[in-house]
Design a protein around this ligand. Structure first.
Ligand code: 3H9
Length: 655
């Protein structure tokens, strides 16, 4: 087998080229190849050594597929030490993303350059790990403690200019990277530049309080997670201990994290997310349709957010509303959202203006005649949706994809309102649609393969995470929410308070407890829907009596200032005796005997409800695989990724 690492002596420069698609991860073969290349370079006539990669990126990190398996020689830290110990200057030349172990290789090199579009990062924290090949000790020596903590605890990569500003790279190479880097290597050799070992550098002085401040911030921002705190420990060691001792601490903490539950969960999630983009039975080379223009029907919160998602990816959008007034309202919400993005530093003023200019309004369906995709986002009225699809069938060009953003309705029935059900698909965005990453792609019985493949590809283009769902009431995410919501009602009636349930779930890791979620969504919505149903249709009174009584007591949720909680002007919730009394009355009316309920029972019953429904969803073939459900819950419902998603957690905890 040929090695993925090639070594050539080009004049007086030893050039080490890594070529291991797709992302040059540090598999055993790459590590071996690097060791051999260093041995050869150390012994030959080269005066400097260049490490560079072929393909789309510099090394994107350790090979995650090897994690959790027995270690194979040479171990990455040995490779890193070998590179740093070289007796002639070693230069790393970065393009794409130098991530994790990949950037640690660059840190062990004596000099670093990158193309202007290059990025560097230490994303191990997203896998529940810390940089385990010297990154926690070398990064602060070059960039200082603050920048190092920021890079490692966020896991977010920075671009070449920022990396240069903080001292993590030495120069930016314009034009051809290989040529520029070889020229630099020759200059270094000509001027007799010596190896410059990061481990031997003094760490810039820092304020000792920074560590306790970081620990406190992370206890909030990364509640429950162990890796971010371990990173702070290691950086503190870098600032206070000799390099070798710091490295020893890093190695023991890395091993501890690797063996822990959180990293196992996050590694599962990493692969689940990538797997979710694949559709069983659909070949990789399934043709796709061109999508260069989009129509959105409905300019409410949802439609506006969907329009922005496309415009942000520089795809022109025609937003259709029923009247000039409604259109004006919709466009002004979009204006406000863009102003907000600029204010929060998410977009520059120019970018926001360029995106906004791509959204045009219309009150005429004829303006959708030439678009490649239409997303209908009107309110949940099945009759109205069918009328709209019949109209679209009349005006849209052949081959246009017709999508509905329904959260619950039957996509097959909507498709049947057209003469082209194969072009109809569900695209279920989550609110706020320009921010939330999840996109459920709902496959109808007749949805064509190329429509599905196009939607999966398009999702990536608009920076969403797509998951395929079959047709059922609520698809994957909202269907699972029903038994979860019902369980929360039973817990209230049996003796728990809203604040006990929410705190238990938030302490466990959910972004928001269920009752605060219901308050945010508005209790009146479900109440109104129930008024149209017969008692039999409403189901068990235990599942809705409390919210009905709250609405009847004028507690409509956060927007009205009160629901399960009372809210102040900053929307901060306070527990309320009136609510406790309502719950007690409801329990008495339904004959519930109230008792003490432990936090553990709350978590197990609520997560158990999700898991049980999830298993049914898999049995019925609505979801392709359990990892897809995990992706839906993490990206759409605030489920903690470090618990792996409900299905991973359910299996691990034998729920
Ligand atoms: C680490 O380095 C630990 C060290 O500190 C210490 C060790 C002692 N390994 O994401 P994509 C696969 S921890 C194995 O769709 P993109 C991926 O599964 C590591 N495989 O592409 C997919 O396979 P498939 C720190 C990997 O262009 C294919 O490559 N590094 C790895 O959207 C394409 O991936 C990270 O955490 C890997 N490291 O994004 C970086 N990376 O086609 C993780 C990717 O079969 N990677 N694959 O589904 C990423 O963030 C993105 O993949 C990247 C490219 C930005 C590189």
């Amino acid at each position: 087998m040929t090695s993925p690492v090639n070594y050539t002596l080009t004049e007086n420069i030893g050039v080490v080229t890594i070529d291991s698609p797709p992302v040059n991860a540090l598999s055993r073969a790459v590590r071996q190849g690097l060791m051999e290349a260093m041995d050869t370079a150390a012994a030959d006539a080269s005066e400097a050594v260049l490490i560079i990669c072929n393909g789309r990126t510099f090394i994107a990190g350790a090979d995650i597929t090897e994690f959790g398996k027995p270690l194979m020689d040479p171990w990455l830290p040995e490779v890193v030490d070998r590179i740093e110990a070289m007796n002639k200057p070693v230069i790393a030349a970065i393009h794409g993303t130098a991530l994790g172990g990949g950037f640690e290789i660059a840190l062990a090199a004596h000099y670093r350059c990158a193309v202007p579009t290059g990025k560097i990062g230490l994303p191990e924290v997203k896998l529940g790990l810390l940089p385990g090949a010297g990154g926690t000790q070398r990064t602060p020596r070059l960039a200082g403690v603050d920048a190092a903590l920021q890079l490692m605890t966020s896991g977010v990569p920075i671009d070449a200019a920022q990396a240069m500003e903080v001292g993590l790279i030495d120069r930016i190479v314009e034009g051809d990277l290989r040529e520029g880097a070889i020229k630099w290597a020759k200059d270094l050799a000509a001027t007799g530049a010596a190896p410059r070992r990061t481990s031997e550098q003094e760490i810039p002085p820092c304020n000792a309080a920074v560590f306790s401040e970081y620990r406190a911030t992370l206890a909030q921002r990364a509640r429950g997670q162990v890796a971010p705190q371990a990173i702070v420990d290691c950086v503190e060691a870098a600032a206070t201990l000799p390099f070798a001792d710091g490295l020893e601490l890093e190695r023991s903490k890395f091993t501890e994290l690797m063996d822990g539950e959180q990293s196992a969960a996050l590694r599962h999630f990493f692969f689940a997310e990538r797997e979710a983009a694949k559709i069983e039975g659909l070949p990789k080379d399934t043709p796709t349709r061109r999508v260069e223009s989009v129509g959105v029907i409905g300019g409410g919160t949802m439609g506006g957010g969907i329009a922005m998602s496309f415009a942000n990816a520089r795809i022109p959008v025609t937003l259709v509303e029923i009247s000039d007034a409604a259109l004006e309202r919709g466009l002004s919400i979009i204006d406000r959202n863009y102003a907000g993005s600029v204010k929060r530093g998410k977009l520059t003023e120019e970018d926001a203006a360029a995106c906004r200019a791509l959204v045009k309004g219309s009150t005429d369906y004829a303006s959708l005649a030439e678009v490649d995709l239409v997303v209908e986002a009107v309110f949940e009225d099945p009759k109205l949706k069918k009328e709209i699809f019949a109209k679209l069938d009349g005006v849209c060009k052949q081959g246009a994809i017709l999508a509905t953003n329904t959260s619950y309705q039957d996509v097959n029935a909507i498709a049947a309102a057209t003469q082209r059900p194969e072009d109809v698909v569900g695209l279920h965005f989550f609110s706020p649609a320009h921010i939330m990453k999840l996109l459920e792609v709902v496959r109808g019985n007749k949805t064509a393969d190329d429509v599905l493949a196009t939607c999966m590809q398009l999702a990536k283009r608009i920076r969403k995470v797509p998951v395929v769902s079959g047709v059922c009431y609520g698809f994957i995410g909202n269907r699972m929410l029903q038994p979860y919501a019902q369980q929360s009602q039973l817990l209230l009636l049996e003796g728990a308070t809203p604040e006990q349930i929410d705190t238990a779930m938030e302490d466990w890791g959910m972004a928001m407890g269920p009752l605060r979620v219901f308050d945010l969504a508005g209790l009146d919505v479900g109440y109104k829907a129930r008024q149209a149903l017969s008692d039999a249709e409403k189901g068990e009174p235990a599942t809705y009596l409390v919210p009905d009584m709250l609405v009847e007591a004028d507690r409509h949720g956060q927007k009205s200032g009160s629901g399960y909680y009372t809210y102040d002007e900053q929307h901060r919730p306070t527990p309320c005796p009136e609510v406790h009394e309502i719950i007690r009355r409801a329990a008495a009316k339904l004959g519930f005997e109230r008792r003490e309920i432990s936090d553990e029972e709350i978590v197990n019953r609520l997560i158990g409800a999700l898991v049980n429904e999830g298993r049914k969803i898999i049995e019925e073939g609505i979801a392709q695989r359990s990892g897809d459900i995990d992706v839906v819950y993490v990206y759409g419902y605030g489920f903690p990724a470090w618990r792996g998603g409900p299905m991973f957690y359910g299996d691990a905890a034998a729920l």
